[in-house]
Design a protein around this ligand. Structure first.
Ligand code: 1PR
Length: 547
């Protein structure tokens, strides 16, 4: 098999990239020291996390000159995400750190006044308005396709500026900001999005780069309506995983977090096998797959956690982002060794996860944050993982439940007026944070939690709702609006989806960034494709499924 060299200079989910490369028929040779670079014919630099951290790692390890020499020699080079950013002169993220300076422009942070930052999800990489590319696809990019982005900093697009020096540029639009989604010149190809996480559309880009197929005829020109720009509505399939009473790892699903059968047997509901179901949802067009290990497998050594194997196997066939949650906290292993939350997250990232989700530990850390007078501790799971892997890699899973009150004065917590009054006609409620899978309520509200975790470096909120979980009655729109008003990081609406109309409703009536479903997919009542077809019929922009 032909080979490609991959530089693993910074932590991150390189397993998925290796899987994607192998999927298109190549094998990976690792670049483990600068001395390996000259042997590379084709070189890929992936990157996640902070611009400054990546660049200074490259510099410190002595990679900068060998990379420049590789590019100068005209050998194929591909940069992904921070690997693209490295080609620029610098970034607002770490103003004092220099980039390679191959592209004469700088990166800027997205404006969060009118949209969520980081920019997470599926967006365009459209070559149709840049020079000479009208009927050609640049390295397999298509104006109708969508690609997976996750970043807070981007290179703003200025028409003609790079093109005059021979660059070809593919653009994307986030809100009213147009930025560079991919860029190519001579032997260089770089993408701000993650092709290894962009389904069939992304695999096509990797294949075209590896085969040196810079431009290909597009065939029939798509209409402007087919090339809808901007971020799509993101639909996520969630798998709650635990061992059942027979010791098998199963996908389960409860009502208000009770996963036991109601037929008298009281066994754990078994809805299928995690890896098979993840693949099925990927093939139905899920934009992301989330695994929640709802019992954390407390009795097994951390390195043998079955979720690691699930991730390894799922990432071989699922080329969209994978999130893993459950048990991500500082812990003591079965042999007495202390293991940090960062170590656990690292194992997950190395096994194919793109994001980790933290539940109970985030509530405790947030309570302590307020107890210290809103001062950061520096050593919490959220802070350590986001500083090593970037805040986009840290999701906080929130398990709130409603507490009804007769008036806002009846509680010291932030309350809202609700359209669905409580059992005694109460017109107000506040959302209480819970830990341990909803079993323990805290004197802490969801607004306090989300604001604290945003300050601590979390990149996204997975907003469950115990009252709505498994109810098939639709999302808690009031909760979602309240949380969206409190933070600028993206929010994933979760709990209550029972039919495709509920997805349309949550996107139409709230500013949620994504919506997640579980039971309705697991029970086979609807497919992810049904949801996306419905959203499209309602005029919402969705990622077109590509086989
Ligand atoms: O606290 O960091 O160890 O993480 C534990 C994780 O496990 C948390 O993310 C917590 O939400 C989750 N969890 C714990 N117990 C349960 C349970 O169900 N007994 N599941 C549980 C949470 C909620 C959603 C669900 C949606 C959509 N599951 O993920 O999939 O509510 O369901 P629906 O569409 O069918 O209504 P830690």
């Amino acid at each position: 098999m032909p080979t490609v060299h991959l530089l693993d200079y910074v932590a991150g989910n390189v397993r998925s990239l290796v899987n994607a490369i192998e999927k298109v028929g190549y094998t990976v040779e690792w670049v483990r020291s600068p001395a390996d670079v000259p042997a590379a014919e084709k070189l890929i630099i992936p990157g996640v996390g902070h611009f400054g951290h990546c660049l200074s790692q490259l510099e410190k390890a002595g990679y900068v000159e060998p990379i420049r020499a590789h590019i100068k020699a005209g050998k194929p080079f591909m940069g992904i995400c921070v690997g693209l950013q490295a080609l620029f002169e610098g970034s607002e993220e770490d103003a004092e750190v220099k980039g390679l300076g191959i592209i004469p422009a700088r990166l800027r942070k997205f404006n969060d006044a009118d949209k969520s930052v980081p920019h997470i999800g599926w967006n365009s990489a459209n070559t149709s308005r840049t020079a000479g590319a009208n009927d050609e696809s640049l390295f397999g990019l298509r104006p109708t396709s969508k690609y997976y982005y996750v970043h807070s900093y981007a290179a703003p697009y200025e028409e003609g500026r790079l093109e005059k020096d021979g660059w070809q540029v593919a653009t994307a639009r986030y809100g009213n900001e147009e930025f560079i989604g991919a860029v190519a010149k001579d032997n260089i190809m770089a993408t701000q999005f993650h092709p290894e996480k962009s389904g069939a559309a992304g695999l096509r880009v990797i294949k075209a780069f590896l085969e040196g197929k810079r431009s290909q005829k597009l065939g029939e020109q798509p209409s402007a309506a087919e090339c809808k720009e901007g971020l799509t509505r993101r639909v996520i399939a969630c798998l709650d995983v635990r061992t059942n009473d027979q010791g098998d790892l199963v996908v389960t699903k409860g009502d208000q977090y009770d996963v036991r059968e109601k037929d008298g047997t009281a066994g754990v509901r078994n809805l299928g096998k995690p890896v098979d179901m993840a693949k099925k949802y990927y093939e139905q067009g899920a934009d992301e797959v989330t695994f929640l290990n709802i019992t954390s497998f407390r009795n097994c050594p951390v390195a043998d956690t079955p979720m690691l194997e699930i991730l390894r196997r799922a990432s071989e066939t699922v080329f969209v982002p994978l999130t893993i949650g459950g048990g991500i906290r500082d812990t003591v292993d079965t042999d007495g060794t202390r293991i940090s939350a960062l170590d656990i997250a690292t194992m997950y990232f190395k096994s194919g996860a793109d994001k980790v989700s933290i539940g109970s530990d985030a509530v405790t850390a947030a309570e302590e944050y307020y107890a210290r007078g809103k001062k950061l501790a520096g050593n919490t799971a959220i802070e350590t993982i986001s500083s090593a892997y970037g805040n986009q890699a840290v999701v906080i899973s929130v398990d709130p439940k409603r507490v009804y009150v007769s008036s806002p004065d009846a509680t010291q917590h932030h309350s809202i007026k609700t359209a669905t009054p409580g059992p005694s006609g109460e017109q107000y409620c506040w959302y209480q944070c819970t830990i341990k899978g909803g079993r323990e309520g805290r004197d802490f509200d969801v607004r306090q939690l989300v604001q604290a975790v945003e300050a601590m470096g979390a990149g996204e909120i997975l907003l469950n709702c115990i009252d709505k979980d498994g109810s098939n009655s639709g999302f808690d729109l009031e909760l979602i609006n309240d949380v969206k008003d409190a933070v600028t990081i993206p929010v994933i609406a979760s709990s209550g989806a029972g039919n495709p109309g509920h997805f349309d409703e949550v996107f139409a009536k709230t500013r949620t960034d994504a919506a997640l479903g579980a039971g309705m997919f697991h029970r086979g009542e609807y497919t992810v494709k049904d949801v996306k077809d419905h959203l499209q019929e309602k005029g919402q922009v969705v990622r077109p499924f590509e086989a």
